[in-house]
Design a protein around this ligand. Structure first.
Ligand code: AMP
Length: 186
């Protein structure tokens, strides 16, 4: 299965994405985590991403797209994957479709983990990552509304959007996700 998971900071992308990957046996590709690790290890990707990630800004599309192109061409991604945190912009969503077309593949579902802003804020502040400081979280939530929510309007007409209420206990969200992926029309 080929999935993307959309959601603001604190929506549960990481938790739900990881669980889903275990349940479905597909690799979890989380751009935010990959950028954070690359920054900590001072790799060329990390050096490019650092100023943006630290300020809660989006890494430029060209960098994100190039990374995804390389990553999806790796052997473990041949039979499916879940992208957590990509796409973040309408441009990235279109580029993903072009890339998949070139590879003779198709996205199955775009999962939107939806939760009220207060919940996103509170959950993010309970973590202690560098980019979870209050003013940076606020910026990340704003960017989510401005740049990422519009992507739902890209997937909806393709009948690929699966909106999930993520303001519920994590086990309930995961069960709902698995049920919907198995019988999405229900
Ligand atoms: P996340 O853990 O998904 O919230 O991502 C953490 C940070 O990584 C974001 O605030 C952005 O700076 C950066 N980031 C992650 N994925 C992307 C992407 N697809 N495009 C641009 N920036 C991204």
């Amino acid at each position: 299965m080929r999935l993307v998971i959309l959601g603001g900071p604190g929506a549960g992308k990481g938790t739900q994405g990881r669980l889903l990957c275990e349940n479905l046996g597909i690799p979890w590709i989380a751009t935010g985590e990959i950028f954070r690790k690359a920054i900590a290890a001072d790799t060329p990707l990390g050096i490019k991403a650092k100023p943006y990630v630290e300020q809660g800004e989006l890494v430029p599309d060209a960098i994100a797209i190039e990374f995804i192109r390389d990553r999806l061409n790796q052997a473990d991604a041949a039979n499916g994957w879940l992208l957590d945190g990509y796409p973040r912009t309408a441009f990235q969503a279109e580029e993903l479709d072009f890339l998949l077309q070139d590879m003779g593949q198709q996205l199955d579902w775009a999962i939107w983990l939806d939760a009220p802003v207060e919940v996103l804020m509170q959950r993010s502040l309970e973590r202690s990552r560098d980019d979870d400081a209050p003013q940076i979280v606020r910026r990340r939530i704003d960017l989510f509304h401005q740049r990422t929510i519009p992507i739902t309007g890209y997937y909806k007409p393709q009948d690929k959007l699966l909106r999930i209420d993520s303001d519920r206990p994590r086990e309930v969200v995961q069960e709902d996700l698995l049920a919907q992926l198995n019988a999405p029309q229900a």
